[in-house]
Design a protein around this ligand. Structure first.
Ligand code: GLN
Length: 343
């Protein structure tokens, strides 16, 4: 299956829908607000996909929930639908922990220990580690995320946890907290992640204790956010590492650039090629239904919709991002021929 992005109607045709190119800024606040309302109505009845159930508590999610938020690098946030509904961040935490670790340890260390190539395999693949002789391959699949979390600095589990929770909160511009039910549910059914951590350890590719690392990673995935929070976090990556809501420099500008390039390669796992081809921006998904996409220098779009495709990516989230990347002129690869008027 090539993905879920081929049946979004007219938006799939670049000749009609890609008039807005990647240069310049996002449209005005008023235009964005109207577009978000329209796109929420347009996709309200899209029921493609299935809610994740391999973590028991996630199966309880209301599949109808649907929120969209756009955050500008200038600090404005516009939202539609259930954009304030709180859910666990899951894999959308991966780029932010990667950015924090990259910022703390330096890009070469992280590059050497994690890697930046896609696996072409599912996010929780054990086979990918074996096929690549113990390399975690990239920070966006579970093996690479576990290896990244193992590098988190701190003298105790509490210090390492503070580094993650405080760091992700700084990206969001507000204090983020754990959903204990999600944490407990995932911790009780986490054998696969524990296996991946042990396998990495057997190859000497994990900097920390496998069980303690898996526990820390599980906590990181259980932090709760809204679509509005995710858009703010993405806008920090779009804004050279400065959170547009607080003005705080969270990570260095170069770290954001590294993080976005890693997202372009592997943010949607084995669907990353389809995503980049259709949406034209780095993106990241999580199994609770969150998805972010980032236009550097402009802002970020976040969607929350719990029904997923087989790779674990929000179906409606992908379709909305596809539509909006064209409608809001966010696609990094779109251009129009040079004319004197645009010189
Ligand atoms: N916590 C989830 C896991 O490790 C995150 C996976 C995801 O969101 N794709 O299985």
């Amino acid at each position: 299956m090539a993905g879920v992005l081929h049946d979004t109607g007219d938006v799939a045709d670049p000749r009609t829908a890609r008039a807005a190119v990647s240069t310049g800024r996002l449209p005005t606040a008023e235009a964005v607000r109207a577009t978000l309302e329209g796109v929420h109505r347009r996709f309200r009845d899209d029921r493609g996909g299935k809610v994740a159930d391999y973590i028991p508590v996630l199966a309880e999610a209301d599949p109808e929930l649907f929120g969209i938020a756009v955050a500008y690098v200038s600090g404005g946030v516009h939202a539609a639908g259930d954009a304030d509904h709180m859910f666990s961040i899951q894999s959308v935490s991966k780029p932010f922990v990667f950015a924090l670790v990259n910022d703390a340890l330096g890009r070469e260390t992280v590059r050497r220990r994690i890697g930046v190539n896609s696996t072409g395999l599912p996010f929780n693949s054990v086979l990918a580690v074996e096929l690549n002789h113990g390399s975690p391959m990239n920070p966006m699949v579970n093996a690479g995320a576990l290896a990244t979390t193992a590098l988190v600095p701190g003298a105790s589990p509490q210090e390492r946890w503070d580094f993650i929770r405080r760091g992700l909160s700084r990206f969001a511009g507000r204090d983020l907290l754990v959903d204990d039910r999600v944490y407990t549910s995932e911790a009780a059914t986490n054998q696969r992640n524990e296996s991946i951590a042990r396998l990495l350890d057997s190859y000497g590719a994990l900097a920390g204790d496998p069980m303690a690392t898996t526990d820390l990673y599980t906590r990181q995935c259980s932090l709760t956010v809204s679509a509005r929070d995710l858009a703010a976090m993405g806008a920090t990556l779009a804004n050279g590492g400065v959170c547009p809501l607080t003005g705080e420099q969270v990570v260095a500008a170069g770290v954001c650039r590294d993080t976005l390039s890693a997202l372009a390669t592997a943010g949607l796992y084995e669907r990353s090629g389809d995503w980049l081809y259709e949406v034209g921006m780095p993106g990241k998904s999580g199994v609770s239904g969150g998805i972010i996409t980032v236009a550097p220098g402009k802002g970020s779009l976040a969607v929350f919709s719990p029904r997923l495709d087989e790779a674990g990516n929000s179906v409606r989230g992908q379709r909305v991002a596809h539509f909006l990347s064209g409608a809001l002129g966010m696609d990094l690869f779109a251009s129009t021929p040079h004319t004197e008027a645009t010189a």
